[in-house]
Every structure is written in structure tokens, then in C-alpha cells.
Design a protein around this ligand. Structure first.
Ligand code: NAP
Length: 338
């Protein structure tokens, strides 16, 4: 069996996460039992949710166990199989974690999914045509539930979730305004993703300035907001919401390293009779087939051209992950392993 390398969670962060929280180790690959397959990972996914799981605190998911392989999504290829439904060479998406190989019990429902790379590159199954894409779909379709002509806003607009949200919302005839950090990300959001406008929150660095920029970009007010960031950005958006606006509360990355996220205008929630709903995409597996079919179509037809930031090699994962939490990624953050 091939030699494996793994990244473990070595100790829990106090405040900001650091590379010292992780440990790179060599490992053996166990021999397969009946029903198991050996997957060689081509790419692994780095996602903001992983930061929350590094903490001990109570959450919707169990914390990442100490001394074990960092959990996370992977795409790869079957290199050995003792399962009748999987053949060597099959491309699969799974949850293999931060390592080069994983042994998967293919009988466990949801443990592996075969994917077709004819029209969609393998890596996109971790991004636009994977968990982040479905996240955008759920918040848009099930929570914001837009009508054509609505004005929608999304934060972290150039990222894995935000970019998919834009394409899905444009396909429904909405005006879509992004919020992102820096001129390059904003140019990409407008010129390549086809958003109507994109506001640079680093130029508009306080609530007053950002809400003025939102007023100019959303002259008819905001009907739906997809929240990825929290804090100042949410405050500014709230000030521009219309009556009965819907907010899909997807993420609050500005607070993942422990920074407080004060809200100075919560009364707007009442005054505008806003519906605000948090959600976790893995609790809505029933929508995945429909969402993935639409997202796959958008990518295959070129209507969604997702961007990727690719770190090379397993050892680069911790640094790339910390960069993701600071906005150093540009599009879906991946680690290429082969
Ligand atoms: N609820 C769910 O089930 C679910 C599932 C998947 C993802 N999520 C959430 O969705 C959000 C986006 O995830 P993603 O995978 O698409 O990541 P991403 O957008 O590809 O990358 C994260 C981006 O967040 C922005 N960011 C980081 N720190 C920030 C700060 N302090 N203030 C403002 N923006 C900041 C950065 O973009 P800028 O440079 O533009 O600031 C960074 O590139 C995250 O909050 C994540 O936790 C939730």
C-alpha cells in the first residue's frame, strides 16, 4: 500500500489560529477490507467552517478531534477497490480529510459520490458544483426566494459561495450587487461573474460609507441579502433593506477568529419586518440533487466561471487555510495534491 501523509490538528487555537496548531506526519495506508476503496486525493478543499471546528466549543457539529486528521472535502480517483460499484479510475468526491489517500467504506451512505468530469473539471466538485455551490443555492432559493427584478446583495462575493450565488441570482432575473475586498476582486465580480455592481468594503471601511455606497448601487433598496461576513457589513446592509426583506445567514467569517461582531442597527430587523434565517447546508441533503444539477449546467454552459486559488502540496495546507480566513484567497481555496 502507498505511503500516506496527513495533517493533524495538534492543539487548539487561543484566539487567532496559527500554523503551530497543525502537525504534518507520515502514515501507513491500511490494507483494504471488503466493501472498502482506496482513494488518491487530487484536490482537497479548505473551507471557513473548519476554523470553528478547531475550537472545543459547542456548535452544530462536533469539534475536530485533537491528534486526528483534519476533516474536509476531497476529490480524487479510486486506485484500489474491494467494492463492486467502484472501479479503479473512477473519479469521486468525498470527505477524505487533509491527507494524500483515504480508505473509504463505500457502503456508508453519502461517503462517496462518483462524478463526471466530461464538462465540469474535477476540482469544481469542491466548489461551484459542490458544497459551496449548494450553500448559495439553498440560501437563495429556500430563504431569500427572490422574484425577478428583486435587488439582492451578497458579501464575500468573489468567493466560492458568493460567486455561485451571483450566477444563480442572475439566472432568476435579479439585480445582484456584490461586496468584496479590493479592486481586483471587485473587477472580477463585475466583469467576469456578471454582477451588476460590486462594492469594495475596504474603500468603504465604516457603516456610514458602506451604506452610502449600497444606497447608490441599490437605488430601489435591498430585497434579499446573503450574509457571509457579519459585523460592519451586516450593519450597513440592514440600513438599506426594504420592508419584508429576507436575509440568508450563511456565515460570519469576520468573527471566526474570536473578534466580536457588534450590531448597531438591530432595530431595523423589527422596523422592516425582516426575515432572517440561519442555515447549515449539510442539514438539507434533500435539495442537493436539484441544486447540483442547476450548478453543473451553469458551469458547463460557461455562465458560471468559478475562480480557484490553488496551494501546492499537503504541507502548504495550514498556511493556505490561515490565508483564507484573511481574504488572501481569490475564489475557491484548494490544495492540489497530485
Ligand atoms: N451555512 C453553511 O452551511 C455554509 C456552508 C459553506 C460556507 N459557509 C460560509 O460561507 C462563507 C463563504 O465561504 P466560502 O467557502 O465561499 O469562502 P470564500 O468566500 O471563498 O473565502 C472567504 C472570504 O471571506 C472574506 N473575508 C474574510 N475575512 C473577512 C472579514 N473580516 N471581513 C469581510 N470579509 C472577510 C474574504 O473575501 P474578501 O477579500 O472579499 O473580504 C475571503 O476571501 C463563510 O462565512 C462560510 O463560513 C456556510
Amino acid at each position: 500500500m502507498p505511503k500516506n501523509q496527513q495533517v493533524l490538528l495538534d492543539n487548539r487555537p487561543e484566539g487567532e489560529a496559527t500554523t503551530g496548531n497543525f502537525k504534518l506526519v507520515d502514515a501507513e495506508t491500511p490494507a483494504l477490507a471488503d466493501g472498502q476503496v482506496l482513494v488518491r486525493h487530487h484536490y482537497m478543499s479548505l473551507d471557513p467552517y473548519m476554523r470553528g471546528r478547531m475550537n472545543e466549543s459547542k456548535s452544530y457539529a462536533q469539534p475536530q478531534p485533537l491528534g486526528q486528521v483534519m476533516q474536509g472535502g476531497t476529490v480524487g480517483e479510486i486506485v484500489e477497490s474491494r467494492h463492486p460499484r467502484y472501479a479503479v479510475g473512477d473519479k469521486v468526491v468525498g470527505f477524505g480529510g487533509w491527507q494524500n489517500y483515504s480508505v473509504v467504506d463505500a457502503n456508508v451512505p453519502g461517503s462517496l459520490r462518483k462524478v463526471d468530469t466530461t464538462h465540469v473539471p474535477l476540482s469544481h466538485y469542491l466548489g461551484a458544483v459542490g458544497m459551496p455551490g449548494v450553500t448559495a443555492w439553498y440560501g437563495l432559493v429556500k430563504i431569500i426566494a427572490p422574484k425577478a427584478g428583486d435587488t439582492l446583495v451578497v458579501s464575500a462575493a468573489s468567493g466560492a459561495v458568493g460567486s455561485a450565488f451571483g450566477a444563480l441570482a442572475k439566472a432568476r432575473g435579479c439585480r445582484v450587487v456584490g461586496i468584496a475586498g479590493g479592486p481586483d476582486k471587485c473587477a472580477y465580480v463585475q466583469d467576469e461573474l456578471g454582477f451588476d455592481e460590486c462594492i469594495d468594503y475596504k474603500v468603504h471601511g465604516d457603516v456610514k460609507s458602506l451604506s452610502a455606497a449600497l444606497k447608490a448601487a441599490c437605488p430601489d433598496g435591498i430585497d434579499g441579502y446573503f450574509e457571509n461576513v457579519g459585523g460592519m457589513v451586516l450593519d450597513a446592509v440592514l440600513l438599506r433593506t426594504n420592508a419584508f426583506a429576507r436575509i440568508a445567514l450563511c456565515g460570519m467569517i469576520a468573527g471566526y477568529d474570536g473578534a466580536p461582531l457588534p450590531l448597531t442597527n438591530p432595530s431595523v430587523l423589527l422596523i422592516n419586518r425582516i426575515k432572517l434565517e440561519g442555515f447549515i447546508v449539510s442539514e438539507h441533503m434533500e435539495v442537493w440533487p436539484e441544486a447540483l444539477a442547476e450548478l453543473g449546467g451553469l458551469v458547463a454552459s460557461g455562465k458560471l466561471r468559478p475562480r480557484e486559488s490553488v496551494a501546492e502540496g499537503l504541507a502548504a495546507a495550514p498556511q493556505a487555510f490561515l490565508g483564507l480566513l484573511k481574504g488572501k484567497n481569490f475564489g475557491k481555496q484548494l490544495v492540489k495534491l497530485i
